[in-house]
Each structure stands twice: as structure tokens, then as C-alpha cells.
Design a protein. Structure first.
Length: 206
């Protein structure tokens, strides 16, 4: 038996079956037990974990653990996660009533993707990729309105085709934010964007 670790939670009661609570210092991790022979990349398992993440978020805010973190014994948790426990607890206490929302916006201008064969070193190529990603821009008027909608947000340069705004939103305000997102689309029909959430803490889970 092994466990796919899903998230870090403040309280044991934040975790419901079929997820199992795994003690982690003063916190608890949620884990889904699977047979040793089942690969973590199995599509049915991916969908199952996604549904379970949503159910856990309905109960309480938690910090998402990147998918693919698998342990073969509960003792592995302390060895692999102990350096993060204090910070996780601080974040979970601070953001207990909040969730993340994200807005991915297609760029209006961007740089061409660098081609590896045009560079003599890997370092030069990586710097060029970074510069191309940072060159992404979006409609400044739209950006201002997006920041007003998702006030407690951080802009992220994920690639050279889009920008993403991740924000903390009070649980009670999620539906209001979605409604305002529709109004934003009506005001800026020329801007392609996707507003999604709620999500567990990821960007703000650091």
C-alpha cells in the first residue's frame, strides 16, 4: 500500500473519507491509499484525486501538494516535509477563510519563443526564455479592471503567450467574483481570458 498525498490541512476534521489523515507535526496531510502496483499517472486515479481535492476544499482551505508526491509509509512524511510544517501552519491560520482564484489572460503582445539551436549555451537559452516570458503584455485597461476584481493578487509569467493573475478571495465572495468576471467579459469582449476557481492554496501556499 502507498499514499498519494493531496494537501496540508490545519485540522484533522478537515479531512474526510476516502482521504486519510496523516499526522504531520502539528498539521495533517490528506492521503489517498492506493495499491503498490497502481501507477500515479493512471488517468482514473488523476480524476479521482481531482474530485477528492474539490471535496476537501468544500470542507476547509488547505495547501495543495503537487500531484505525484507518493509515500510508501507514514513515517516518510516527517523526513520529506518537516522543513515546511511551521510555514504551512502559519499560512493555513492566516488564510483559513480564503481560497485562490486565477485569471489567465491571453497576451496582446509577446516575444517569439527562442529556439535552442540558436544558442551556444544552455544558460543563454534559459535567459532568452525568461526574457521572452517577461515580454508578455496585456491591455492595460483590462489589467487595471482585473486587479480591481482580484484585489489581493499576484501576476505570474507562466509562458510567452499569456499572463496569469492569482488571487486570494474570501470563500463567501467566490460567486460574486464569478459574476463580476462575466461583467468584465462584457466590457472587454476583445480580451480572451479564463477565470477559474476556487482552488486550494497553491501560489499563496508558497
Amino acid at each position: 500500500m502507498k499514499w498519494v498525498v493531496i494537501g496540508a490541512h490545519l485540522l484533522r476534521d478537515d479531512i474526510e473519507s476516502p482521504a486519510e489523515p496523516i499526522a504531520a507535526g502539528e498539521l495533517f496531510l490528506s492521503g489517498l491509499a492506493i495499491p503498490d502496483e497502481q501507477p500515479a499517472g493512471d488517468r482514473e486515479l488523476l480524476l479521482r484525486v481531482a474530485r477528492l481535492r474539490a471535496a476537501l476544499l468544500d470542507r476547509a482551505t488547505f495547501i495543495a501538494i503537487r500531484y505525484g508526491f507518493v509515500i510508501t509509509s507514514r513515517d516518510e512524511v516527517a523526513a520529506k516535509c518537516a522543513p515546511h510544517f511551521a510555514r504551512w501552519r502559519e499560512l493555513l491560520e492566516k488564510h483559513r477563510g480564503q481560497v485562490e482564484m486565477t485569471m489567465k489572460v491571453v497576451a496582446t503582445t509577446h516575444a517569439e519563443t527562442p529556439q535552442r539551436q540558436n544558442f551556444t549555451s544552455g544558460a543563454e537559452y534559459l535567459r532568452a526564455l525568461h526574457a521572452a516570458t517577461k515580454a508578455v503584455t496585456i491591455d492595460p485597461s483590462f489589467r487595471e479592471e482585473a486587479e480591481r476584481l482580484l484585489a489581493d493578487g499576484r501576476w505570474l509569467h507562466r509562458d510567452n503567450q499569456s499572463l496569469e493573475l492569482a488571487a486570494l478571495v474570501a470563500r463567501d465572495d467566490v460567486e460574486k467574483v464569478k459574476h463580476n468576471g462575466i461583467a468584465l467579459k462584457e466590457r472587454f469582449p476583445q480580451v480572451a481570458f479564463l477565470l477559474s476557481g476556487p482552488w486550494p492554496l497553491e501560489v499563496f501556499g508558497e
